[in-house]
Design a protein around this ligand. Sequence first.
Ligand code: SF4
Length: 186
Amino acid sequence: MEIRLAADLQIDSIVDGLGIRTVIWTQGCKHKCPGCHNPETWSFSGGALVDVKTIAKEMDKLEGQTGVTFSGGDPFYQPAECAYLAKHAHKLNLNVWCYTGFTYEQLISLSKKNPDIMSFLKEIDVLVDGPFMQNLKSFDVKFRGSSNQRIIDVKKSLLEDKVIEIDLDTKAKKHNFGRYEHKLYI
Ligand code: SF4
């Protein structure tokens, strides 16, 4: 099984979720958000096709990483491939974040026709959802580009059948940020 990627694995990112993370940059996105920072990742024929087992072997060599973040592009255009890699991340005790231009509700609806979407969702710990909206662009919301985007606890949301958001902005102010992130997601 091959996945279309926009770039090599990016290690040691501190801006794509809590902790020190390895980013998997997927290629392909139909959302076409005005103001998107990565329009070169929109094409579904760009980037390069790579065997998921090759990526998994690269993940085996990672050191000092908190987790893996799927970004792009939109990873949900390749849900089976991403589910495989997310499952591998969990085997390595790495937590999984994912950025998507779909909303959580849209993904749940799409998953009824495409079970791979649910397989991938079940392997995600934290979902940052929704398109980038230029009129809501904000530098005050942590790990997001615009204030419509939500940081979602996927496991709790699936369990309770409603969106459960994680309020990192408020909690980061109230608690020692480092200790908080360790308790919740590491
Ligand atoms: S979903 Fe992300 S990659 Fe796709 S157009 Fe929007 S901002 Fe760009």
